[in-house]
Each structure stands twice: as C-alpha cells, then as structure tokens.
Design a protein. Structure first.
Lengths: 232, 181
C-alpha cells in the first residue's frame, strides 16, 4: 500500500497506516508499549506517561503522538524502561495500594505493570496520604487507589450524554469527583463497566466481590501485554 | 566449610510468611542439609549465638520492640531480606498510617462499642512496647539488602531466593513468582 508509513521500534523495521498513534502502530506490529491511562476506544489523554518512548532522542507519549515516516522509536532501552518503572513506583507510593486487601488484585493493570517489570520495592518512600472512600448506590469510589487516569470520566455517561465523573482540584490534591444525582441513575451494567474500565481498584461495583478465584484472574499467569506480543 | 546460618523474625506480621516458608514441603529436608538455623521463632532461639549469613524479616515496624529486634538483626546478619508485604511496605497494619495514633487508641480502648464502660483505659504499662506514630517498612528503619513481595510470598519464591543467596547465583524469577497478594 502506498500510504503505509515506515518507522523503526528498537531497530526493528515496522510499517503502519497513516493516522495511527505510536502505541497503535507498534501494536499493529506485535510490539507492546505499556499503557495505563489509555484504553481502547477512548480518546487518549496521555496523562500517566507510562507509554513514554524516545523518538529521535525526544520523549513522547506513545498513546497520543501520531506516528510519522522515519520515526526512530526507543521502546525497550534500559533508560526508557527505568523511566517507566519510576512512574509505576511513584503511583504506588503516592496512593495507598494495599494489594492483599484489594478486590481488584490480580485484575489490576497498575499491579500487572509492576509484575511485568518485577518491581520488588519502590525506590521512593511511601507517603501514606489520607484519602477517603465514597459510597454511591451502585459502586464504591476508593480514592486511596485512584491513579487519576481519567478513564471513568471519558467512558461513563448517562443515556443523555452527561458525564458522571469529573476532575476536582489541581496538582497533588487532584481527585475524581462524582455527580451524586447522575450516579444514582447508573444501571448495573454501567456500574460494571465503570469498574471494568478502572485500571485499579478505585471503582468497585457493590454487592459482588472476589468473583474470580486466585489463579484464574487476568494477570495471574500471563504478563500484561503478552496478548499483543503473541500476535507477532 | 561450615553451613550458612539463617535467622528469621516476625515483627508486625501475622506469621503467614513463616507459614509460607514452611510450605516448601519436602524441600525442608534439603534445607536442613543446606543451612543451619540460629535465632528464629521456628527453633525458639532467642539470642544470636554466632554471626548470621542471612536474616529473613517478616512484618514491618509498628512498635519500639520491632525496631529493636530489627536493629539487632541488622547488627548480626550479613544479608537482611524483607519477606512479604508488611516488611516491604507496612502491609495491612500500615492501614492505620492515615489515622493518627491517638485516634486509633481512642477507638480501640475508649470509644469502641465492645469496650465495657469500666474498662475504658488506654494501656500504658512500661512492659508494653510503645507504639510508633505509624507503621514503617523495614527499609525505612535499617538497610535491607533484598525484598520479596507477596502476601505471603509463595514458598517457591522464598525457596528460589534463599537457594540463590546460598549458592551465590542470580535469581531465576519466573513471572508467576512475583505477586503482591
């Protein structure tokens, strides 16, 4: 095809259609670039920076940056991987992530990324910030675990198009806010969707828990991203 | 050559990591061939009798006694390993870290509905180790050389780490060995 774009990832020659992001283009070539805030089908916002790659020597977010001809992309150099590990570790120490007590454990994407990188202990001191838990008719919002990826903001809307989740405050005090009236109108399916779209255990559907036994959860046996890498 | 010496301790933990250690099943026979045990709850030796090669620490530090034991281990062990979530990051006891100690004690000993009115007293006997303001991961108190996450770390991970340390070879970390729950 004439309009295929040529680029390289870690020296490997790749081709992709024009208009794709670096993440999508790499995926089409069987290369996994780790993402956390990004979710297929949602407009990317590039907020978590875990997908950071170096393109021609410059840092870029692979989930938002379109691929262009001749890009030389660094995805698995030690420097890029260390940078990503540091971001994952920062997310762990900035919240209160008690994995053994979390319902999302085993299905959590933040945890799965840490497993993929085999992080044994964060290099940063734990902050143990004081955060609250909010209850809504269909779900719980656990601010201790929220990584502000904004997936819920982008994905969950009422049938008439109103957003249920929004951002509140700025910088270190930023947090997810819920419109109580709209949240009360969510169906069971939407509450489940909100829980499924949350990469961590911040949104939990009420009245159901620990449904999948240990050993059969999403990331118990296979590292995150291995489905993309297998398609090579 | 004499066998490497091992010591273990359970600080602010639940003994689950020790249970997981015992979960190595019949490999415990190999272990006895490989190492000797010094101070440990497993053999109930209270004081170090010789320099120890590898100290395994379960649990974080929630009181002054935990800190003392941990420093005692650091002083006597060449290699110190944090075993399990509590040692690595404070674990479930650290859930109190976002609540002030005063509030914790008042809730437990004064305001809880299960406390009889005549029993309302915060224990302050000098024989009771004093509580720290929060629960600390072990590496925030002393230098820790290696970390094994998990609640508990699987017997396979403990075995792999221990044998790697004894034999002086790199860890063979299969994906399924590193888990936080």
């Amino acid at each position: 095809m004439p309009d295929k774009i040529k680029f390289t990832v870690d020296g490997k020659e790749c081709q992709a259609e024009a208009g794709l992001t670096i993440y999508e283009a790499a995926k089409a070539n069987g290369i996994y670039i780790p993402v956390l805030c990004h979710f297929e089908g949602l407009k990317p916002v590039g907020s978590c920076r875990i997908c950071s790659v170096r393109v021609n020597g410059r840092w870029m977010a692979a989930c938002t940056q379109p691929v262009t001809p001749g890009m030389v992309i660094e995805n698995s150099s030690p420097e890029v991987e260390e940078y990503r590990k540091a971001i994952i570790e920062m997310l762990f120490v900035e919240g209160n992530h008690f994995c053994p007590a979390c319902e999302k454990s085993g299905n959590c994407e933040l945890q799965a990324l840490a497993y993929r990188y085999q992080i044994m202990v964060p290099q940063f001191p734990y902050l143990f910030p004081k955060k609250e838990i909010e209850a809504f008719p269909k779900f719980l919002l656990e601010h201790n675990r929220c990584v502000q990826c904004q997936r819920c903001i982008r994905a969950i809307q009422t049938p008439d198009g109103k957003k249920v989740f929004a951002m509140k405050n700025r910088s270190g005090r930023v947090r997810i806010n819920v419109d109580r009236k709209l949240a009360a109108r969510l169906s069971d399916e939407q509450a489940q969707k909100a829980m499924d779209i949350c990469p961590v255990g911040a949104i939990l559907k009420k009245e159901v828990g620990f449904r999948v036994p240990i050993g059969k959860r999403k990331y118990d046996r296979q590292p995150i991203g291995s489905d993309i890498e297998e398609k090579k | 050559m004499s066998k490497p010496v091992i010591a273990t301790a359970s600080l602010a933990g639940c003994f689950g990591c020790h249970m997981s250690f015992l979960d190595i099943d019949e490999r415990i026979l190999d272990l006895i061939e490989l190492v000797e045990f010094d101070k440990s709850p497993i053999d109930d030796i209270k004081k170090f009798s010789r320099p120890v090669d590898i100290g395994l620490i379960e649990g974080g530090c929630c009181n002054a006694e935990n800190v003392e034991v941990l420093r005692y281990f650091r002083k006597n062990c060449k290699i110190l390993v944090s075993v399990g979530e509590c040692a690595v990051m404070g674990g479930l006891p650290a859930m109190r870290n976002t609540i002030s100690l005063k509030e914790c004690l008042e809730e437990a000993y004064l305001n809880s509905p299960t406390v009889a009115p005549e029993d309302r007293l915060i224990p302050a006997d000098e024989d009771i180790p004093i509580l720290l303001d929060r629960v600390y991961p072990c590496h925030e108190i002393v230098k820790i050389d290696y970390f094994l996450p998990g609640c508990p770390p699987s017997a396979d991970l403990i075995w792999e780490a221990l044998t790697a340390l004894i034999q002086g070879r790199p860890l063979r970390l299969e994906y399924e060995l590193v888990k936080y729950d």
